[in-house]
Design a protein around this ligand. Sequence first.
Ligand SMILES: [Zn+2]
Length: 273
Amino acid sequence: MPLFLRQAVVEIAYLGPEPDRWRSPSEFALKNAQEPDHFIDLERVSWLDPLPPGRYEFYRKLYEKRAATTDHPDDYLPERVGLQPYITMEVYGRLKAAFRGYRQLRAAHQPTAAVQQAIIFYAGWLGHYVADGSQPLHTTIHYNGWVGPNPNEYTTEHHIHGQFESAYMAANLKEKDFAAFVKAPARLSDPFADYIAYLRKSNALVAKVYALEKAGGFNGKGSPEAFDFTAHRLAAGSQMLLDLWYTAWLESAVPVPEHPPSTPPSKSAAPSK
Ligand SMILES: [Zn+2]
């Protein structure tokens, strides 16, 4: 990958929390538009597999479902279900397009400083959502306290989300604790489908987070089991981000077809009916 990106560690780290700086009521339109980007309640869309590759088709399917639902229909509003994979692929697309511009300027022996800044911004911004996706509680209706039938008597208090991802994390884990679990990046064959699979894997670990909490694993210094679990989640997020950066870079070398097909190329896309 280009050296300038490898040297932008400080900028990329600064940009990781950038979308959390867009939550102030003093910028209402921004706060309102972007809050659903941080999560997706996968249980609410179990009937929609594969997920459509574009956000507007996703909206349409949800509104159809809402219209056909009598019990809590508003649970299917797009902003309630969450738009995690859509914003992620949109920022990924911006990064890939910027890489393509960088390659073109380089080939034309033109200055690249401006596009380099754009690439660093997109790479850092992307990191936020990919990291959110590694946290199981960003993929579930149980995002901050168990809801509905609760045979294992998991906590229904609204504290587990912050306790796990902020308090416990900040006090107990460092980069060196998970760096060894992160491998060299791999090219993703279908970034949208691969990203959805990543979110589903994270969602499969929701009960595990609650079980760890119930056992006191996130209190104070926590338990060895909670430490191991958290280190592997951090590694999974880092790996997916690396793989998306690397794939965007490689894919940016692929020439854009002169007459692009009107349907998206994602292998996960169902043929439109
Ligand atoms: Zn977030």
